[in-house]
Write a protein that binds this ligand. Structure first.
Ligand code: FEO
Length: 391
């Protein structure tokens, strides 16, 4: 697409990656993604804010064809989907300096082999005059790497936030017009890469809100003309209090665990607990991650394979441990033929979950009445604990 004007002498540039279906060879991208870059032209200096994934460098360079001079490239974040085209931009504008946090400077030298004399490191709160426009750099570490920062264009109250507040959507909407769709994509994005850092994101959110931005321009997905929409969503997601939601990721090989999951879901629903159930044999892990944003309880369901849990369930346990959701309770249900170490194995994989573990329910073979009574006990314990939560 061609550059698009946001406000006077501030233009969107960048690339829509409609067909990308996986990020980091891990994260599903059902709606593709975009890499947003922004051109800010002051009366004396011109700045490009972030670049694009190196696979899309030609798109950005063609958008820069009518830009004869570039003084700075702001690198908010060293990850290559934003920084990867900086070497191509510097080749076109050899006098331009790369503006970045000190930590980002060293990371860009390591990741992209950019020479040290190309950088202008900036501290938290430092400003850069472009003539009649001034940029303020706000260090916002751990959204989601340690070097990340944002840029605030004070005269226009425009915040360039890079990954912070982003969403993986490729599209022609410059702005978040369909807020329902953007909310879903932004929540998925938060769940997959931001959730492990919720406590520090809380601090960064306060720094950003203190500037009262009128526009938030992230480097993935559409721009927010109504910043309160995404700021309020983040307030909710980083809140320490989960909702009345139980998440049940499970696998069943011969039906025993499936029957146990069905019974537990029925018992929980009858007691007023909302349940999100995921059959890990065919599940979108982004959807699972989104459910973990709100979940108060996680129950993993597993059959026994070679005396341990099913590998797909182990993967789900590792994922939950890495994402550090705010769940308060956890348990394990499942089945075994003659012997199982599944409970001990899963328990050892989730040290980051600060949860009370409710007594597991493991059936020998197909579940019997005694197992169903235990599942009823588990549902009762979960629902009693959830009564203390918001709806
Ligand atoms: Fe969009 Fe962390 O890169």
């Amino acid at each position: 697409m061609k550059p698009r004007t946001i406000i006077d002498r501030v233009r969107w540039m960048g690339a829509e990656d409609w067909d990308r279906r996986l990020f980091d060879s891990l994260i599903p991208l059902p709606d593709g993604t975009s890499y947003n870059s922004y051109l800010v032209q002051g009366s004396e200096q011109t700045v490009l804010i972030d670049t694009v994934d190196p696979t899309q460098a030609e798109v950005l360079l063609s958008q820069l064809e009518d830009v004869p001079r570039l003084d700075y490239v702001v690198a908010h974040h060293a990850e290559q989907d934003h920084s990867g085209s900086i070497p191509r931009v510097l080749a076109k504008y050899p006098r331009a300096k790369v503006v970045a946090s000190p930590k980002c400077v060293t990371m860009l030298q390591d990741l992209l082999l950019i020479p040290p004399d190309k950088f202008l490191p900036v501290e938290d709160g430092q400003t850069l005059s472009l003539g009649d426009k001034t940029l303020e750099f706000i260090h916002t570490p751990w959204v989601h790497w340690p070097e990340t920062m944002c840029t605030f264009l004070g005269q226009d109250k425009l915040l360039f936030s890079c990954d912070f507040f982003g969403s993986h959507i490729a599209g022609t909407d410059l702005y978040a017009e369909d807020e329902g769709r953007v909310y879903e994509a932004a929540k998925r994005y938060y769940a997959e890469i931001m959730m492990p850092f919720a406590p520090v994101i809380r601090q960064n959110l306060a720094k950003v809100k203190a500037r009262s931005p009128r526009i938030i321009a992230p480097s993935h997905g559409p721009i927010y003309k109504r910043p309160e929409f995404i700021l309020e969503a983040y307030e909710d997601w980083i809140s320490g209090t989960p909702r009345n939601v139980a998440v049940i990721p499970f696998i069943s090989m011969h039906g025993s665990t499936q029957v146990m999951v069905d019974r537990l879901v029925t018992d929980l629903a009858a007691r007023g607990v909302a349940v999100h159930q995921f059959n890990l044999a065919d599940t979108d892990i982004g959807k699972l991650a989104m459910s973990l944003v709100d979940a108060a309880t996680i129950v993993l369901g597993t059959p026994t394979v070679h005396a341990g849990a099913h590998p797909q369930v182990l993967y789900a346990a590792l994922l939950a441990n890495a994402l550090r959701p705010k769940a308060k309770w956890a348990s394990i249900i499942g089945s075994f033929g003659w012997h199982s170490k599944a409970v001990e194995q899963i328990s050892g994989l989730i040290p980051n979950l600060k949860v009370e573990v409710l007594a597991p329910v493991m059936a020998k073979g197909f579940p019997r009445q005694e197992n169903f009574l235990e599942l009823e006990r588990l549902a009762r314990e979960i629902s009693e604990r959830h009564r203390t939560l918001r709806p």
